[in-house]
Design a protein around this ligand. Structure first.
Ligand code: NOJ
Length: 532
């Protein structure tokens, strides 16, 4: 195995939405001590690093992405002492911790913004993006945010401020003082032993300094959010953004072996966020699989295109779900969720796994009365929200699914299927999805071809199977994933006469089989090693 690899290249990263992972205090809301109490479970999965969505002081309009103090823990999640204990316990288990870092905006309750809006000559006026009204007296540009219009008029100072998200004014990263303050935030957590950051909306840090209108886009027809009614040529992916990203990276590098993940929409420019000298994000997040139709040929096209577009030396990464999208088991169906699990754990690149997907949690229908997602209310009139993919982790068949002790109601409802879909039940079932996850992670860990090998897709007549080879030195494994609900017979004899089955998504198959007529059952994935 190559020994020049960094920990984040061979790690499996597990993404926790802290509100919903484990509640130790009984208030119906997840917390840091709850996460600490579940570390043995996480270690038992074989995952190496945890990424926590924001845990900082916040009025929670956007569940923590609206920050009022970047250096304080939200009391809802616990204290700084709880955080330090979490770090210590993570270390003890030889795991790593990645925090969310939200550079683009703060809460409008942040003292920086309060000072900024106090007067035109406030020393913090230029910490945010303020602008005189446009020629007609209205907003300075047509820019549109994720949660509706992105300019708000401030009557007391006669200017508009920019907020691409409701109640979260955009910071002005052209101000050196903002850069310095935010680098100080990184240093604060790095000094506490954090191993890296997932940087929120990294491509949106800098906006056009001439505030030009953006052209209308037809993407709105596909997406339900009015944000997509414009082509974001002046608010995303500006050349100067890369200067900022390099500054962030320099700060991390000063601390040694840390990692920077960048949240990026699947934009064509994604690869540019590795940096021309690989000096920007270690892992610009690749969300493509979340937006690709679940068909063998479509998935293959995306994987091939992404793999071949990687700049030399850049390390890939993959994920299939996160807190902003429908869960993978709801998008692809519960049977294909196992195939998706195998795909993620056998592709080339760091897998990033969303909590609960390992047991096949699905989206939970939430009535508009219980909807908690501001985007659901503001941008979608209560019709669509991100809540369904954010419900409490299902630990066991007990009250509140073992997430939280009653009598408190949990902050979002527990999924109706929790009595059968939960960690305790699946731990007892040798063929459960949870056990598949554990075995896949273990296989990846012990198989250099899967951890670090090259990737090459294999051609067939289109038949609903996506197959690829992972090769390291002289060794190789082959993965064949059946995306359809029907038997398929593959001729892989050009690779070798036989294949030794290392793992099937059904967890019931092993031994050597001829590759000239390899049978793959409906919704089955297999990993095998060609043998002569
Ligand atoms: C991206 C985060 O993933 C999302 O949850 C959040 O609403 C926005 N950034 C705003 O910070």
């Amino acid at each position: 195995m190559r020994n020049d690899l960094r920990w984040w290249q061979t790690a499996v990263i597990y993404h926790i939405y802290p509100l919903s992972f484990s509640d130790s205090s009984g208030d119906g809301i997840g917390d840091l001590a709850g996460i600490t109490s579940r570390l043995d479970y996480l270690r038992s999965l074989g995952v190496d690093a945890l990424w926590l969505s924001p845990i900082y002081a916040s009025p929670m309009v956007d569940h923590g992405y609206d920050i009022t103090d970047h250096k304080a823990i939200n009391p809802m999640f616990g204290t700084l002492a709880d955080f330090e204990r979490l770090v210590e316990e993570i270390r003890r288990r030889d795991m790593r911790l990645i925090l969310d870092f939200v550079p683009g905006h703060t809460s409008d309750q942040h003292v920086w913004f309060q000072e900024s809006r106090a007067s035109l000559d406030s020393p913090k006026r230029d910490w945010y993006v303020w602008r005189d009204p446009g020629p007609e007296g209205g907003p300075p540009s047509n820019w549109m945010g994720y949660f509706g219009p992105s300019w708000t008029y401030d009557a007391s100072t006669g200017q508009y401020y920019l907020h691409q998200h409701a109640s979260m004014p955009d910071l002005n990263w052209r101000s050196p003082a903002v850069l310095e303050a935010m680098l100080g935030v990184l240093a604060f957590w790095l000094d506490k032993g954090v191993d890296g950051f997932r940087v929120d909306l990294i491509a949106a840090i800098i906006k056009d300094d001439q505030f030009r209108d953006e052209p209308v886009s037809t993407a709105y027809l596909e997406h339900r959010n009015p944000y997509y009614s414009l082509e974001h040529i002046h608010t995303l992916d500006q050349a100067q953004t890369h200067d900022v990203v390099r500054e962030l990276r320099r700060k991390l590098d000063a601390y040694g072996d840390r990692v920077m993940l960048g949240e990026l929409d699947p934009i064509p420019g994604l690869m540019s966020y590795y940096g021309a000298a690989l000096d920007e994000c270690h892992l610009p997040l690749n969300l493509h699989l979340q937006n690709t139709p679940w068909q063998a040929d479509a998935v293959r096209r995306v994987v091939d295109a992404y793999d071949s577009a990687l700049p030399p030396g850049a390390w890939p990464n993959w994920n299939v779900s996160n807190h902003d999208q429908s869960r993978v088991a709801s998008r692809v169906g519960v049977h294909q969720a196992r195939v998706a699990q195998m795909l993620l754990m056998t592709l080339r690149g760091t897998p990033i796994w969303y909590y609960g997907d390992e047991i096949g949690m699905t989206d939970v229908q939430i009535s508009s009365v219980r909807m908690r997602d501001a985007m659901g209310h503001l941008a979608h009139g209560g019709i669509f929200s991100r809540d369904p993919a954010r419900t409490p982790m299902q630990w066991d068949a007990g009250p509140n699914a073992g997430f939280s002790a009653p009598p408190e109601e949990t902050w979002l409802p527990i999924a109706p299927d929790y009595e059968t879909v939960n960690v305790a039940v699946q731990s007892e079932d040798p063929r459960s999805q949870l056990n598949l996850f554990r075995q896949l992670v273990a296989l990846r860990r012990e198989t250099p071809e899967l951890r670090v090998g090259t990737y090459r897709s294999i051609d067939f007549e289109p038949n609903g199977v996506f197959a690829y080879e992972r090769r390291h030195l002289d060794a190789r494994v082959v993965v064949a994933l059946n995306f359809r609900d029907a038997d398929q017979c593959l001729d892989l004899a050009s690779l070798a006469p036989d294949g030794d089955v290392l793992l099937s998504t059904e967890l019931d198959r092993s031994g050597v089989e001829p590759l000239s007529g390899l049978k793959v059952r409906p919704n089955e994935g297999v990993v095998l090693r060609p043998v002569s």
